[in-house]
Design a binder for this molecule. Sequence first.
Ligand code: ADP
Length: 246
Amino acid sequence: MPIVRLEGVTKFYKYERKKRMAVQDIDLTIEQGEFVFLNGSSGAGKSTVLRLLGGDIWPDKGTAFLDNTNMSHLFGPWQIRLRRTFGIVWQEPRLIRKLNIYDNLLQTAKAGGLRNKSPQAVAKALALVGMQHVEKCFPAELSLSDIRHVELARALVCSPPILLLDELTANLEDDSIWDIFHLLMELNSKGITVVMVTHASRYVNIMRRRVVTLVDGHLAGDVHNGRYAQTVNQPPTVIKALKGKR
Ligand code: ADP
């Protein structure tokens, strides 16, 4: 059961020949089976943290671990471990426009090393999100809500233990948002870890899960049963001590 851990992580991007800090000194551990919301305003570093957690980019300082493995060692043939561990939906849609939905998912399954089990895996993933009926469609023929469901199916195709989701519900109608949150809660109840960047404050406040908040690239809050963008950071030992004083 994989645990993902960022230890003292700092990441810079190069912008107009200058280094720009995206996140700094981040310590964050995600245990298997957790449901975590990543909150913060635009530019706070949420997508960067998600990419670091998934081994998509490597830290400039500090280390990103998958269990006890430094993820920057997982390149070349070892990348398949990342593909099988993380189901990812990026902020910008990554479905291939020239391929129908079935072939899009099949490509992901094959890249994840599923070989001749790929067709069954595609059918199972589409069924999980209720999208079997669109397998012959091309991305341009689908609504935004359908696209997001299909992207979730693609993230699930290799049966990963961890889902990393960047703004999966952005610009969707309330009904679709609820539908996706129900799906995610169901997947989480089966033991799948969910880490989700979202601005859907109403839903975060209703669900009361772990809320990690970033401000200007720094970890400003990490609260269990949290509210949207809550910036209090009380370790469990402190909470216990406070309760004892009441
Ligand atoms: P968020 O997801 O919270 O909006 P990001 O992680 O996308 O934040 O970005 C954090 C900071 O890093 C921002 O200042 C953003 O402009 C910068 N940044 C992100 N990606 C790149 C990139 N590829 N090149 C240069 N700067 C980037």
